[in-house]
Design a protein around this ligand. Structure first.
Ligand code: PAN
Ligand code: ZN
Length: 191
C-alpha cells in the first residue's frame, strides 16, 4: 500500500477519489424500522436512497486503517429517522473513530445489556469501543455525514443485528428527537 491523500468535502461529506461506493436503499432494510407498513410503502414508491458509504480501499490487514465517509440522507420511516443498518465488527476486539462532518445525527451503541446514545454534529469526535455494536441516524433536515476510521481486518457482522434488532430507536416527537426502547420500556427524552 502506497501513502495517499484524499479530498474530503467538509460541506457534503463526500470523499474523492474513492474506490468503493455502497448505496443503501430503503428496500434493503426490511424489518429494521418499527413501522413495517410505512417501510413497505416507501420501498414501493421510489425506494429512496437512505445512505451512501464512500471508501478508499486498503488491504484487509490488521495494521491497515480503513477511511470512509457515510452520508445519511434526511428522511423518516413513519416517525423513525433514516439510519444505517448497524453492525458489530466481525472481529469484536476492534474499535472505531467517527468524526462528524456535516448535518446532525446520533450514534447508537450497545453491548451486553448496556446502551449509549451520542449526539453528533460537525466536529464531533465519537469513539466506538471494541465489542460495541453501532448504528447512526440523521435527525436533521440536511444530509448527515461523518468520517469513520477502523482497522482493515475488522469485518462487518450485520446478521446479529438483523436477528436481534437494536435495543434503542430514535423517533421524531413534537419536542424533537427522542430515544425509545425498541423492546417496550418507557420512552425517555434526550432533549
Ligand atoms: C461505518 C459504517 C457505515 C454504514 O463505516 O459501515 O456508516 O453503516 P452500516 O455498515 O451499518 O451499513 C462503520 O462503522 N464501519 O465499520
Ligand atoms: Zn463499524
Amino acid at each position: 500500500m502506497e501513502p495517499f491523500a484524499l479530498a474530503l468535502d467538509l460541506v457534503t461529506g463526500r470523499l474523492a477519489p474513492h474506490t468503493s461506493r455502497t448505496v443503501r436503499r430503503i428496500s434493503e432494510m426490511s424489518g429494521m424500522y418499527a413501522d413495517a407498513d410505512a417501510h413497505e410503502q416507501l420501498a414501493g414508491t421510489g425506494d429512496p436512497v437512505v445512505y451512501e458509504v464512500l471508501q478508499y480501499d486498503v488491504p484487509f490487514d490488521n495494521g491497515q486503517l480503513v477511511c470512509c465517509t457515510t452520508v445519511i440522507y434526511a428522511g423518516l420511516v413513519g416517525e423513525e429517522y433514516f439510519m444505517t443498518k448497524g453492525h458489530f465488527h466481525e472481529k469484536r476486539s476492534t474499535g472505531e473513530v467517527y468524526l462528524g462532518i456535516s448535518g446532525h445525527g446520533y450514534l447508537l451503541m450497545f453491548v451486553d445489556g448496556r446502551t449509549a446514545e451520542l449526539e453528533m454534529g460537525p466536529g464531533t469526535l465519537a469513539y466506538v469501543p471494541p465489542y460495541w455494536a453501532h448504528r447512526t441516524l440523521n435527525v436533521g433536515d440536511e444530509p448527515f455525514s461523518f468520517l469513520a476510521v477502523y482497522p482493515g481486518d475488522a469485518g462487518h457482522d450485520y446478521r446479529t443485528i438483523e436477528r436481534t434488532g437494536f435495543p434503542r430507536r430514535v423517533i421524531r416527537a413534537a419536542s424533537g428527537p427522542i430515544v425509545v426502547s425498541a423492546f417496550g420500556e418507557t420512552p425517555r427524552s434526550i432533549g
